[in-house]
Ligand binder design. Structure first.
Ligand code: 13P
Length: 250
């Protein structure tokens, strides 16, 4: 049975312009429906659109988030960087940290841990991404990889109620491939077990990301352990994004 408190997070990655924000009107309408009361929509556009997006949706029940942050907490001489203080000032409430596309560019578990701490310091809610590569899945070391990412990423963080985990198997990002429900359920349960061992709140949400689309959303949402989706490609098309939401909550 579908969870009645689902998160729908749109990760626009390096896409989007102000016209795309206009198209969020139809999503604002959905967010106002009575049956949507307990669900959440979060838009994560590029940094340059955060403030404009926030101004557009601030009177609605839609939230805005950034896609990354600098690990430093204070202002300083870091040309081209944006830290959590600057993100907070745009009105954003959420932030994606540890996405595999940033891990690929050099974000280690150590850096990710620093970024999470800096975001929490600014009272941003963190969407912490983890996931295994195809080669790691093939070697059957998925659990090992997930455990390392979670424990290192959360080192020294005692208050974790503002953290949401997003499980994104790297091999399923942008490929159209998704794990079977059996595999996904197993991995999500394993993540929950690790979180429990770290004494994380039982209320901590676990999202799934990777090729979520209007065709597979319903099947994925049947896994009651999934508390929502982190959606890349399909979130850029508001019709597809709405379809995913409708298929999931209906
Ligand atoms: P796709 O939905 O395009 O596979 O991207 C998933 C993702 O990386 C979301 O963060």
């Amino acid at each position: 049975m579908t969870n009645n408190n689902m998160y729908f997070v749109a990760n626009w990655k390096m896409h989007g312009n102000t016209n795309d924000i206009e198209r969020s009107k139809s999503i604002i309408k959905i967010s106002k429906l009575k049956k949507f009361k307990n669900h959440k929509i979060i838009y994560c556009p590029p940094y340059t659109l955060l403030k404009t997006f926030f101004d557009k949706v601030k009177k609605s029940r839609i939230f805005v988030g950034a896609q990354n942050t600098h690990p430093g907490t204070e202002f300083g001489p870091f040309t081209g960087s944006i830290n959590s203080k600057l993100i907070k000032a745009t009105g954003a409430k959420y932030i994606i940290i540890g996405h595999s596309e940033n891990r690929k560019l050099g974000d280690t578990n150590f850096i990710i841990n620093k970024k999470i701490k800096s975001a929490l310091k600014e009272k941003l809610k963190v969407i912490f991404c983890i996931g295994e590569k195809y080669s790691e899945r093939k070697k059957k070391i998925t659990n090992l990889v997930l455990k390392k990412q979670i424990t290192k990423g959360l080192i020294g963080i005692k208050k974790n109620e503002n953290i949401i985990i997003s499980y994104e198997p790297i091999w399923s990002i942008g490929t159209g491939l998704i794990p079977t429900n059996v595999e996904l359920k197993k991995n999500i349960n394993f993540i929950r077990k690790i979180l429990n061992s770290l004494k994380a709140s039982k209320k901590m949400k676990i999202l799934y990301g990777g090729s979520v689309n209007p065709v597979n959303a319903k099947q994925l949402a049947e896994i009651s352990e999934i508390n929502g989706f982190l959606i890349g490609g399909a979130s850029l098309n508001s019709k597809k994004f709405i379809d995913i939401i409708k298929k999931t909550i209906n």
